[in-house]
Design a protein around this ligand. Structure first.
Ligand code: RNT
Ligand code: ZN
Length: 433
C-alpha cells in the first residue's frame, strides 16, 4: 500500500502535467478561513432563554446530545475543530451571550462583557469571530422587527443592533481581527400585503439609525442578508435582495448572500463576480437548500464547487466565507465536520483547476477544449491531495475522523440525553405530586 505522501507525490505529477501546482494549492487552501456557525451545535437555541425557534426558519430532528450550556457548546466546537484542517473562525449570534447569575438582560441591553468568554475561547485557539444580531426567537419579534409598524418594537431592535455593533467592535479590538456583523431579519408577510413600501421604508430608516451609531469600519464589516421567503412569510420578505443590494451599495456596507435565499434555479455562484465588481468584499452563507431554504449540511456537490471556484478566481481575501446550516436529525458534530470539510474540499478542488488556462481557453472561444479539460479533471486524484492536506495539518485522514465523533457521542453526548430524561422525569413527578 502506498503511503498518503506517496499517493500525494504521484498526484502532484499528474496535476503538474495539467499545469496545476498542488503545493501552491495546499498553501492557498490553508490561508482560507471558514467561519463555523455556533448554532449548528444547539439547534439555534442560544443561552438567553429564548423559547422555540421563530422567524420562519426551522430545525427538525431530535438527535441526542444537543449542547445546552456554553461549556457544552464550546466543548463540542472544540471537538469539531480538532477534526477540521486549518485555522478558522467561529460565528456567533447575540443569543449566545453568556450571563453570570442575576446578570441577565434583554437583547437591547447586551454588552461586550457578555461575550468575554467567547473572546477568551477564540483567543486561546487563534480563531477569529464573526457576529450576528438575533432578531428572532423573541417575544418582541412576533410581528416584525426593524420594519415593525410599532415604534417601540422598532426601537428595541434598533438598540439591539447597535449593541451588537459595539460588541463586534469590542471583539475585533480584543482579537485584533475584523468581525463581520451580519444583519438578518425575518420580517415579512404570509399573504399578499396591502403595502410593500411602508415596511421597507421603515427598514431603511432603521438601518440608517443603526449605522449612524458610529463604529469603526476597519474593525467591523457590517453586512445585510436578504431572503426570498421564509415559513409564514411566503408572499413578501421586507429585506429582499433588491432592497439590501441597493442599500449596501449606497451606504458602503456589505451584502451577505446565503445560497438558500434565492429562487431554486438561481445560483449564488453566478452572483459573486458581479458583486465584487461593485463592492470591495462580499459575505457568504454557504448552505444547502433542499426544495426550500431547509439549511441542510453542506455537501461536496456541484453548486458548492462552483461557489468555491468563484471564491478562488475572484480572490479569496475578498470573500467572507461562513457556513449556515442546522440539522438536528444527525450527530451535530458530524454535521459540522462534514460541512466544514466539504467546503474546504470544494475550495481545494477549485484551487486544483488550471484557472488561468481555463480563462484563456474561454477568451479564445475554445469551448471544446475547455469542456474537455474541466471534465477530465473531475477524475484526477483529487482525494490524494485532500488526504495529504489533512495529514500535514494534523487531522484524521479520510473517514478516520468519524470514529472520534462516535467515541465522543458514547462518552459525552449520549449522557446528556440521559440527564435530560432524568430531569424531565423528575419534573413530571414533581407536577404529579
Ligand atoms: C435565515 C438566515 C440566517 C440564519 C442564521 C441563524 O434564513 O439564513 O442567516 O440562518 O442567522
Ligand atoms: Zn443565512
Amino acid at each position: 500500500m502506498m503511503t498518503v505522501k506517496e499517493r500525494y507525490e504521484a498526484a502532484r505529477e499528474m496535476y503538474k502535467n495539467m499545469g496545476v501546482d498542488t503545493d501552491e494549492a495546499l498553501k492557498a487552501l490553508k490561508a482560507i478561513p471558514v467561519s463555523m456557525h455556533c448554532w449548528q451545535g444547539d439547534d439555534v437555541v442560544g443561552f438567553d432563554g429564548a423559547g422555540a425557534l421563530s422567524g420562519g426558519i426551522q430545525t427538525t430532528g431530535d438527535y441526542p446530545g444537543r449542547a445546552r450550556t456554553p461549556e457544552e457548546l464550546m466543548a463540542d466546537m472544540d471537538k469539531a475543530l480538532s477534526l477540521i484542517p486549518g485555522r478558522h473562525r467561529i460565528n456567533l449570534h447575540a443569543s449566545y451571550a453568556i450571563f453570570q447569575k442575576g446578570e441577565e438582560v434583554d437583547r437591547d441591553k447586551i454588552e461586550p462583557k457578555h461575550f468575554k468568554k467567547w473572546v477568551e475561547f477564540a483567543r486561546e485557539r487563534g480563531l477569529g469571530i464573526d457576529f450576528n444580531p438575533t432578531c428572532f426567537s423573541h417575544p418582541k419579534a412576533a410581528n416584525g422587527t426593524l420594519s415593525s409598524e410599532d415604534p417601540k418594537i422598532r426601537r428595541f431592535w434598533i438598540d439591539h443592533c447597535i449593541a451588537c455593533l459595539k460588541i463586534s467592535e469590542y471583539i475585533a479590538a480584543e482579537l485584533d481581527n475584523p468581525v463581520t456583523m451580519n444583519i438578518w431579519i425575518p420580517d415579512g408577510f404570509k399573504d399578499i400585503p396591502g403595502d410593500r413600501k411602508a415596511p421597507r421604508a421603515r427598514l431603511k430608516d432603521s438601518l440608517d439609525q443603526i449605522l449612524a451609531c458610529g463604529y469603526d469600519k476597519s474593525k467591523v464589516y457590517a453586512a445585510v442578508e436578504s431572503k426570498v421567503f421564509g415559513i409564514g412569510m411566503e408572499s413578501c420578505t421586507v429585506g429582499s435582495h433588491e432592497f439590501y443590494m441597493n442599500y449596501a451599495a449606497k451606504h458602503d456596507i456589505l451584502c451577505l448572500l446565503d445560497n438558500g435565499h434565492y429562487h431554486p434555479t438561481e445560483v449564488v455562484s453566478d452572483k459573486i463576480s458581479s458583486m465584487l465588481l461593485f463592492f470591495d468584499k462580499v459575505a457568504l452563507h454557504v448552505t444547502r437548500s433542499v426544495r426550500w431554504d431547509s439549511d441542510h449540511v453542506v455537501l461536496f456537490d456541484d453548486e458548492t464547487k462552483e461557489i468555491a471556484k468563484e471564491i478562488v478566481r475572484n480572490g479569496a481575501d475578498r470573500v467572507l466565507l461562513a457556513l449556515d446550516f442546522f440539522d438536528a436529525g444527525i450527530n451535530r458534530i458530524s454535521a459540522w465536520v462534514t460541512g466544514m470539510r466539504n467546503m474546504q474540499k470544494a475550495l481545494l478542488f477549485a484551487l486544483l483547476q488550471p484557472n488561468e488556462e481555463l480563462a484563456k481557453l474561454q477568451e479564445e472561444r475554445n469551448f471544446t477544449r475547455l469542456m474537455m479539460v474541466m471534465e477530465e479533471l473531475k477524475c484526477y486524484p483529487f482525494g490524494d491531495v485532500w488526504d495529504y492536506f489533512c495529514q500535514i495539518n494534523g487531522v484524521p485522514v479520510r473517514e478516520a475522523w468519524f470514529e472520534q465523533v462516535m467515541e465522543y457521542e458514547r462518552d459525552v453526548l449520549s449522557r446528556r440525553r440521559k440527564k435530560e430524561h432524568i430531569r424531565k422525569k423528575e419534573h413530571i413527578r414533581r407536577n404529579e405530586r
